[in-house]
Design a binder for this molecule. Structure first.
Ligand code: SF4
Length: 273
């Protein structure tokens, strides 16, 4: 892992994050050692390395906390998405404390903060997260199958550890979102749907496989086509799951519509199903 000195730690939001209502993004790291095979971040211009190297490198912004201390006033009371091109709770964060340091200096400025992660390490910072008046932790849990997880997210934390972590976040009184984005093949769709409904996240967002070329969210084009060709998962399976969720949950957001800042929930448009 390389350490770099960044010029800025808060960047103006762009793309679907900006369209969702965020003003700023914050990435303590560049690259992502979770290395999800469908990650949209590898398609973005911020990734100057070959796509096939995605997941094999990260750069830590060694001056992230110092920059945050100087720049935090500009994000005061505004909607901040953390993180858009990395995960704020990578294994390196356990010793580097960059995300934690940024949170500490943000508290007096109270941005409307969304944490987007697959990292159970987020529970370490609950003492800080609980001090934000407007905050939500989104945990990505895209399947119920560890076998599938290992194919698509081989270096990301096991699914049960994510469920445990997001439950702990909620117990601490911090609002929670569940992101089934993209919905990967499921082993037992009915049980998965029931588990989500029983958990009752404050926000639930899901998304089918699609080939966005990095335009929005997870780009699963090649993998999705392979699975579809093998007949192991189809759009009809996804649609059935979303219908099941809609029967059990008050609101199910799909794709881009589900990525909005913490605070009042936006209305959902007419169902796409
Ligand atoms: S955790 Fe997020 S940023 Fe990291 S590889 Fe997976 S989708 Fe990309």
């Amino acid at each position: 892992m390389e350490q770099i000195n960044a010029k800025s730690i808060f960047s103006p939001a762009t793309g679907f994050i900006q369209r969702g209502g965020f003003e700023w993004t914050c990435n303590p790291y560049l690259g992502c050692s979770f290395g999800c095979t469908y990650c949209y971040a590898m398609f973005l211009p911020q990734n100057r390395r070959p796509r096939e190297d995605w997941g094999k490198w990260i750069q830590a912004k060694g001056n992230a906390v110092e920059l945050a201390r100087k720049q935090a006033p500009k994000v005061a009371d505004q909607a901040l998405y953390m993180s858009s091109v990395t995960d704020p709770y990578l294994p390196s964060e356990r010793s580097l404390h960059l995300t934690r340091g940024i949170l500490e200096v943000l508290i007096p400025h109270q941005p409307r903060l969304l944490i987007q992660t697959r990292g159970p390490l987020v529970v370490r910072d609950l003492d800080l997260l609980a001090q934000f008046k407007c905050v939500r932790v989104n945990m990505s849990i895209p399947t119920d199958s560890e076998d599938v997880r290992k194919v698509y997210e081989p270096k990301a934390p096991p699914l049960e550890k994510r469920w445990d972590a997001i439950a702990e976040v909620r117990t601490a009184g911090v609002p929670v979102g569940l992101c089934v984005t993209p919905m990967l093949p499921l082993c037992d769709p009915e049980t998965f749907v029931n588990r989500i409904a029983a958990f009752r996240p404050d926000v639930l967002v899901t998304q089918d496989f699609h080939d966005a070329d990095g335009g929005f969210g997870a780009d699963t084009g090649e993998k999705a086509r392979k699975l579809l060709a093998e007949g192991r998962w189809s759009n009809a399976d996804y649609v059935r799951c979303v219908q099941g969720l809609r029967e059990r949950m008050p609101v199910v957001y799909e794709a881009e519509a589900g990525f909005f800042p913490p605070g009042p929930l936006p209305e959902v448009g007419i169902s796409s199903l």
